[in-house]
Design a protein around this ligand. Structure first.
Ligand SMILES: C[C@@](CO)(OP(=O)(O)O)[C@H](O)COP(=O)(O)OP(=O)(O)OC[C@H]1O[C@@H](n2ccc(N)nc2=O)[C@H](O)[C@@H]1O
Ligand SMILES: Nc1ncnc2c1ncn2[C@@H]1O[C@H](COP(=O)(O)OP(=O)(O)O)[C@@H](O)[C@H]1O
Length: 278
């Protein structure tokens, strides 16, 4: 059997409203989630033993053993089958763009094909972002992440920026201190183009931005740098940070902003990308 490749795109929370907290400590979310055209790559090939090799430009610091979400995803199938898995990391880790969850979801898709088995129904145990990352299509995400409603959106030209600070998700939620906001409106508007979507996003929130900025003040610098670039229509944080995104009116304006930011901040991870559009 030929190798099976699965793309693990960056997840962007265009909105992230935190509306409450369950008894078990997990938070209730209402989030508009889109996926970028940048991401990690997972390859699975037939083999007698299960193995993982981690490479690529963002491999440093990513666990290579059983703690890697790729191997956790493989273990969830609960079978004694082999596979040679290669993970090529392009996304920064602990960055609010779901890198580990996207890798796990891509592994579930690829191994399901290689082994001819259905994806385990309890895969959300791997993380709250797994259900939305499995299809990796634009969606509204609710509950603690388990309710995923597909919602096609116009494509957006964007720049993703991570200031090189890893931000663990749990402490950001914990720093919310029980202050919850309203969900998005019940039925979202129909957006007839990127402009209408941009206008609407301007009135929405990421409720994790304030606690994340307390933990990682570099997020404030990142948002300010993005907002100051030419043609940036909106700058926001994704997930629990620290990655922020700026939205632009065209691919050329996004590319120009990315170039400017990379030159001014050589230590930052900067990517022009297109998100959504499915
Ligand atoms: C915040 C979000 C938004 O999409 O993204 P990231 O910042 O991680 O990318 C996700 O909800 C993160 O999903 P994921 O990273 O898979 O979370 P998990 O591993 O399940 O949980 C990590 C920790 O975050 C907190 N957590 C997570 C999800 C949720 N709905 N409520 C929570 O309170 C819990 O403290 C949990 O122990
Ligand atoms: N394949 C993986 N890629 C990145 N991080 C991973 C992976 N597997 C396990 N991890 C661990 O998961 C943590 C969260 O990573 P990630 O999913 O990228 O962050 P976030 O939840 O902020 O989007 C990392 O700190 C890392 O230790």
């Amino acid at each position: 059997m030929a190798p099976i490749d699965a793309f693990a795109p960056a997840k962007i929370n265009l909105t992230l409203h935190v509306t409450g907290r369950r008894q078990d400590g997990y938070h209730l979310l209402d989030s508009l989630v889109a996926f970028a055209d940048v991401g990690d790559r997972v390859r699975v090939e037939p083999a007698l033993e299960l193995s993982l090799e981690v490479g690529g430009p963002r491999a440093l610091g990513v666990p290579t053993g059983p703690d890697n979400l790729v191997l956790k995803a493989a273990a969830l199938f609960g079978v004694d089958e082999g596979a040679r898995i290669t993970l090529e990391k392009h996304l920064p880790a602990a960055a609010g763009i779901g890198g580990g969850s996207a890798d796990a979801a891509a592994t579930l898709r690829a191994l399901s094909k290689l082994w001819g088995r259905t994806i385990p129904s309890d895969c959300a145990r791997l993380g709250a972002d797994i259900p939305v990352c499995l299809p990796s299509r634009t969606a509204r995400m609710q509950g603690i992440g388990e309710t995923v409603t597909p919602l096609p959106l116009p494509p957006l030209d964007a720049v993703l920026v991570n200031p090189g600070v890893s931000v663990p998700t749990g402490p950001v939620f914990a720093a919310l201190e029980g202050q919850f906001g309203a969900p998005m409106q019940g039925v979202l508007p129909q957006f007839d183009g990127a402009g209408a979507l941009l206008d609407w996003l301007g009135d929405q929130r990421n409720d994790l931005e304030t606690p994340a900025r307390q933990i990682a003040p570099a997020i404030g610098d990142t948002l300010a740098a993005l907002a100051a670039t030419r043609h940036c229509a909106l700058a926001r944080m994704s997930g629990s940070g620290a990655t922020c995104f700026g939205l632009f009116p065209s691919p050329a304006s996004a590319r120009a902003a990315a170039q400017q930011l990379s030159q001014a901040h050589p230590g930052w991870w900067v990517q022009a990308t297109r998100i959504g559009g499915d």
